[in-house]
Design a protein. Structure first.
Length: 132
């Protein structure tokens, strides 16, 4: 069964750092092997990452990412079963989002059943394929 997970975490380093590229290089290679797709969004201090794939694979990746010292305070916001992927084209898309967008994301009530759809609609325009 396909699962989609959104988590947020706090970055240990600011936006514009090459460390993002290192993470993306690893992610793109490893996710392609594992059938995982998604996107990594960030502002100056926070990450938002969406991961899609087979439930067991996604959960084991989440456990691995949780150990990563390049971020902390990881918290899963939404997890749901899906029929179709939103990020089928991206082994890991990337985007920088601004404070206004973060504010819009934070104002979405996560208890709503369509919360993740609203979040995805908000961030999708920012996602691009990283040029590595
Ligand atoms: C914010 C963030 C997002 C990450 N996303 C992924 C990802 O999508 N896929 C991936 O394989 N690793 C990702 N990583 C890197 C993993 O934490 C880990 O370093 C990498 O998978 C290598 O794991 P290993 O050293 O156990 O082989 C991410 C790390 C951070 C900090």
């Amino acid at each position: 069964m396909l699962t989609q997970i959104l988590y947020t975490s706090r970055s240990t380093y600011p936006r514009g750092n090459l460390t993002d590229l290192e993470i993306l290089r690893t992610a793109m290679r490893s996710n392609e092997n594992d059938g995982i797709t998604g996107a990594l969004l960030r502002d100056h201090r926070r990450f938002f990452q969406i991961l899609e794939g087979e439930q067991e694979t996604v959960l084991s990746l989440v456990r691995r990412i949780q150990q990563d010292r390049r971020h902390f305070d990881m918290s899963i916001l939404v997890q749901r079963s899906i029929q179709d992927r939103t990020f089928g084209e991206w082994s890991m898309g990337y985007g920088e989002i601004d404070v206004g967008t973060i504010g819009a994301l934070e104002s979405i009530n996560l208890a709503r059943t369509d919360a993740l759809d609203m979040i995805l609609a908000t961030v999708l325009p920012f996602v691009e394929t990283p040029a590595l």
